[in-house]
Design a protein around this ligand. Structure first.
Ligand SMILES: NC(=O)c1ccc[n+]([C@@H]2O[C@H](COP(=O)([O-])OP(=O)(O)OC[C@H]3O[C@@H](n4cnc5c(N)ncnc54)[C@H](OP(=O)(O)O)[C@@H]3O)[C@@H](O)[C@H]2O)c1
Length: 338
């Protein structure tokens, strides 16, 4: 494995310069079964050595636990890292296991203060609206986020799982550095509306779950039999039962392309996500999630793989054949509102 640092790219017309691949930190505290804190810390340090500078968290990951876990790393490397966190998935006081979407100004104000406290930093580099509450005009939400920029609590703004029209409305209020939405060989619904709007407006795309939550690496085949009881992927229709079996068969062309490059399945999936930048003519910074230093080495090495037109053509039909939605409730996604 070489030690080469990955190249950098600007995150949208007015955004920060970041390594062309970021690191998703969610799994270190949440969603994907037990984590080893020492391994996760080593992963963060190794990622930084390899030129990864965009680190992705959210207040909802482990109800604040992920932000607290990352804080010492961010503080130790404050000038080298771009800290991205999110608000909008709130815990109702009487139901600690449920999440509701809140985009209203009073909620945002208390959420940003809580994130700054847990992260123990003075300013958040990139602050995303995590999910859209359709009962609050997006202009109202972004106006408060813009106030946070003016007040010096936040440097750049982002949105997650918005439609193209919502992005346009948001951009009319304040520059948006990035849209973070699911984008992978298995999930391409954002290419119809959001991606063209982002290109038009000078907004970067930050694909989340670019490894299909691990399924595209072949590391699990059926969430119900292969993953722990508390693993979030057991709730996702495409990863269980007949859907999972049908979807595993879709990895065959990925395997063929991987072999041609002497690469892994995961590297091929990441190279495909990275190449969306050229295909759609906009900055793209995937944020694969891992808790293992060797995997961060493997994943960043994918930035050096360039797929040919024939290989892209072989991979093209996969997303259209995937069985089962990416969430149990698709109204939680931009696809549910397009
Ligand atoms: N905005 C949103 O709504 C939203 C939603 C989901 C996620 N996100 C963000 O996006 C980030 C990435 O998405 P994700 O974590 O859901 O999915 P992902 O990056 O597609 O996949 C992560 C899974 O793949 C495994 N993995 C990573 N590298 C691997 C490799 N080289 N070989 C084999 N397995 C590998 C990880 O296991 P190990 O950790 O054990 O290595 C983990 O189980 C998250 O961390 C989070 O920050 C945002």
């Amino acid at each position: 494995m070489t030690d080469s640092r990955i190249p950098t790219v600007r995150l949208g017309d007015d955004g920060p310069e970041v390594g062309v691949q970021g690191l998703g930190c969610m799994g270190m505290s949440f969603a994907y079964g037990p984590s080893d804190a020492g391994q996760s810390r080593a992963t963060l340090e190794r990622a930084l050595e390899l030129g990864v500078t965009l680190y992705d968290t959210a207040d909802a990951y482990g109800a604040g636990e992920n932000e607290r876990f990352l804080s010492p790393f961010f503080k130790a490397h404050r000038d080298e890292v771009v800290v991205a966190t999110k608000f909008a998935l709130a815990i109702p006081p009487d139901e600690p296991t449920r999440r509701i979407i809140r985009n209203d100004p009073p909620y945002i104000r208390q959420a940003v203060e809580a994130s700054l406290r847990r992260l123990d930093i003075d300013v958040i580099d990139l602050y995303y609206m995590h999910r859209r509450d359709v009962n609050v005009p997006i202009e109202e939400t972004v106006a408060v986020m813009a106030d946070l920029v003016r007040e010096g609590k936040v440097k750049h703004l982002g949105l997650s799982e918005v439609t193209g029209d919502e992005l346009r409305a948001a951009r009319s209020v304040h520059p948006i550095a990035a849209v973070q939405s699911e984008w992978s060989l298995f999930s391409r619904d954002i290419e119809a509306g959001v991606v063209p709007a982002a290109r038009e407006l000078g907004v970067a795309l930050v694909p989340y779950s670019p490894l299909g939550r691990g399924f595209l690496t072949g590391s699990f085949a059926d969430a119900e039999t292969d993953l722990t009881d508390d693993d979030f992927r057991r709730q996702q229709p495409r990863f269980t039962g007949d859907n999972a079996a049908a979807n595993a068969a879709l990895l065959e062309p990925v395997r063929a392309v991987a072999e041609a490059h002497g690469a892994t399945l995961g590297q091929t999936a990441l190279a495909w996500a990275q190449q969306r930048a050229q295909v759609h003519d906009l900055p793209v910074v995937p944020i694969p999630g891992t808790r293992k230093p060797t995997r961060v080495e493997e994943n960043t090495a994918a930035t050096r793989i360039v797929l040919t037109d024939d290989e892209l053509a072989l991979l093209e039909p996969i997303a259209g054949k995937v069985a089962g939605d990416r969430y149990a409730d698709m109204t939680f996604t931009s696809a549910g509102r397009e």
